[in-house]
Every structure is written in C-alpha cells, then in structure tokens.
Write a protein that binds this ligand. Structure first.
Ligand SMILES: [Zn+2]
Length: 161
C-alpha cells in the first residue's frame, strides 16, 4: 500500500465495508461504540476520509472530508468507493487485521504450528499474526473465498493471484 493511499474513518452502520477495506490493506478506523461527534473528531485529528450513510451527520457535523455511501450491500459499497475515489488495487490481500486494523507481522510457521487447524498444518505457506489481538492469518479457504467475492464484485481490478 503506497504512503498516499487514503485512510478512512467508517461510521457504525458500515462495519462490513470497514472489514473489506482492511482486507484490502486500507488503514480503516472503525469503532461501533463511537458516537457521531467522536467519529468526526477522529477523522479530523487523524486526517481520515469519513465514510457514512448518515445524512444527518453530514448536515449537522459538517466533517471536513467525507463520502456519503449510497449502496446497501458491502461489496457494492466497496465498488462505489473504488470508482468514486479511484482506489488502486492492493499489492496483496490480508496485510492488516480485519478486527482491529493493525498491520500483520510474519511469524515463523514452526512456532505457531500447534495453533493452526489440522488441515492447514500440512500445507506449506506463510503465516501472519496480528500484534494487537494475536489472531493468526494464513492463505486458506477463507482467503480464497474472500478473493473470489472481490473478483466477482470488481472484475479485473485485483491483480491475478
Ligand atoms: Zn487483530
């Protein structure tokens, strides 16, 4: 992800979009417990583009930088953003934790082998760990499923696997 890639602050109604943006490696702040003024403040303090479906928020709180999301379905919302902001496809998927936005770190496979599901242990491949929540990520069926969903929603956008 390049240094000038946009960074986002996502409102509480767009949690699934936030996860997709993290899967793509975009730095995405999302906290369902935050109220609207806190979210607008966070976006301003951290120079993030606010993504919201809430017209009331846009009208009343006038965030400096915002995009009003119009689509209902998370992958259509992502497609809307890719077009509106001309988002570049990421060099790789799953470089950031879906749950807390932390960049993932590679780990020695041998050291985490007992923590991997049985079916995954037998297949070689890199493993990453989230330094915040310690969750492990590997290139398995879950990743392939999400990649297929992205390819279906955004044909030709992602680099081939
Ligand atoms: Zn995490």
């Amino acid at each position: 992800m390049s240094d000038d890639a946009p960074r986002f602050a996502v409102d509480a109604m767009l949690g699934r979009l936030a996860r997709w943006l993290r899967v793509l490696g975009y730095d995405t702040a999302y906290d369902a417990g935050m109220d609207d003024p806190q979210l607008v403040q966070l976006a301003r303090d951290e120079d993030r583009l606010l993504l919201t479906r809430d017209r009331h928020l846009l009208r009343e709180l006038k965030p400096a930088r915002a995009h009003e999301v119009r689509q209902d379905h998370p992958l259509r919302q992502l497609k809307e953003l890719v077009a509106a902001l001309r988002l570049a496809p990421p060099p790789a998927l799953f470089t950031r934790c879906m749950l807390d936005n932390a960049p993932l770190e590679p780990v020695e496979r041998a050291g985490v082998l007992p923590l991997l599901p049985e079916g995954v242990r037998e297949h070689p491949g890199p493993v990453w760990r989230c330094p915040m929540c310690q969750r492990l990520y590997w290139d398995g069926s879950h990743v392939r499923r999400m990649r297929r969903a992205l390819e279906a929603a955004l044909p030709g956008w992602l680099a081939p696997d």
